[in-house]
Design a binder for this molecule. Structure first.
Ligand code: AMP
Length: 381
């Protein structure tokens, strides 16, 4: 009997546990919140990730550890590796936790990035703004997610406001200034690397964000073979450089034919949720296979798929369930503003049929604006 330990007990851990059940796996989830939603499917250790007693209990009951949450303290991940195999490795985790380390690595690997500068003081901000120019985005180096910990500098005169908003964090989590990319599209590569170095990537996904939170994903993204190959090549180089094991996502901006890397997510990713129904092997199943050293499953798609995120509260499931390719995922969370509480995936054999299904669901749920950009993209094919 193999028990997989997951640090973090949110919807990603929950979907990992669901996809691992057919493999006969057991799970143990560690989270600081006793009501974390993965706890509905797996036993839990409730405790702070820095609490050695809780970590020791967790380590004593598992065969391998992985993450649903990348902001587990690097020291805790390191402590665990001295007791059980941990995938991805703590160096990969630490790199992905720090926007500066991550962008520096991208650049070293020849993966293009928006211009950036480390900011430790107000003088650094002024100097970086003078070099990079406006518009730009000031971000916390660590602990930012879903657009949190970010300030958009539209004009140089916004520097004061940006410093008021985030300056105090320059000495705690650190800051980075990035050039604002007026991108045409946002894309992501979701990929997996096995313990033996085997690498596989799912088809490129196009993503739409609202208020910094993922709203919709479409796969395959409309892209020519050369662009897909370039994106997959970036992901492969990154995975090899970090000796990465498991699933990860590389978020990219497309601008004038260039792909600029924004972020590495060292875990299964929201833009890969469509793989549950839309591909031969889901990101969750392949992540478990990777960390356990099992053969990886095929990542090819079956038709075309769109994932719609439900933020704040769950809508009525009926319009999605009434669709032939409609799939519902309720994370079992209490409603709360800005919280990811579930998603739906619509799958169809042809883009036209997917566009029609999306339009029906959008109209029935009053979510026309959420589905509109995806429908427009599908109609461009
Ligand atoms: P992040 O937390 O870095 O993934 O940022 C969340 C979202 O903010 C991204 O998905 C983009 O939509 C937007 N964003 C972040 N960085 C930039 C940038 N340098 N230029 C333009 N938009 C950005």
């Amino acid at each position: 009997m193999t028990t997989v330990g997951i640090l973090g007990g949110g919807q990603l851990a929950r979907m990992l546990a669901l996809s691992g059940a057919p493999l006969g796996l057991r799970f143990l989830v560690m989270d600081t919140a006793a009501d974390a939603c993965a706890g509905q499917f797996a036993p839990m250790v409730v405790g702070d990730y820095r609490d050695e007693r809780a970590l020791a209990e967790f380590a004593s009951k598992i065969d391998v550890a992985t993450f649903d949450f990348e902001n587990v303290p690097a020291e805790s991940a390191q402590w665990l590796t001295e007791r059980v195999p941990v995938f991805p490795n703590p160096r990969a985790l630490a790199t992905a936790q720090d926007r500066l380390a991550e962008k520096t690595l991208f650049r070293e690997l020849g993966i293009p990035v928006p211009d950036f500068a480390a900011i430790a003081s107000r003088a650094d901000l002024d100097a970086a703004l003078a070099r990079i120019g406006a518009p730009a985005i000031l971000k916390t180096r660590r602990l930012g997610y879903d657009g949190k910990g970010q300030f958009r500098i539209r004009a140089l005169a916004d520097a004061d406001a940006a410093w008021t908003a985030l300056g105090a964090q320059a000495t705690t989590v650190g800051l980075i200034l990035e050039a604002f990319v007026p991108f045409e599209r946002e894309l992501s590569v979701v990929a997996v690397r096995g313990r033996d170095g085997e690498f596989r990537a799912w088809p490129l996904t196009e993503n739409w964000h609202v208020d910094g939170i993922l709203s919709a994903s479409l796969a395959p993204a409309r892209a020519d073979a050369a662009l897909v190959e370039r994106a997959h090549g970036h992901a492969k180089r990154l995975a090899e450089a970090l000796d990465y094991v498991g699933v990860f996502a590389l978020e990219l901006f497309l601008r004038d034919g260039d792909l600029l890397a924004n972020e590495l997510a060292p875990r299964v990713h929201n833009s890969g949720h469509w793989t549950i129904e839309g591909s031969e092997t889901s990101q969750f199943q392949n992540h478990l296979r990777a960390v356990l050293g099992l053969p990886l499953g095929d990542t090819r798609m079956v038709g075309t798929a769109c994932m719609l995120n439900w933020i704040g509260e769950m809508p009525d499931p009926m319009p999605v369930l009434a669709e032939p390719g409609g799939h519902w995922h309720d994370y079992g969370k209490l409603p709360r503003a800005g919280r990811k509480v579930g998603h739906a995936t619509l799958r169809a054999d042809a883009p036209g049929a997917l566009a029609e299904a999306l339009a029906r669901v959008g109209a029935a749920l009053g979510r026309d604006t959420q589905v509109a950009p995806v429908v427009a993209r599908l109609q461009m094919r």
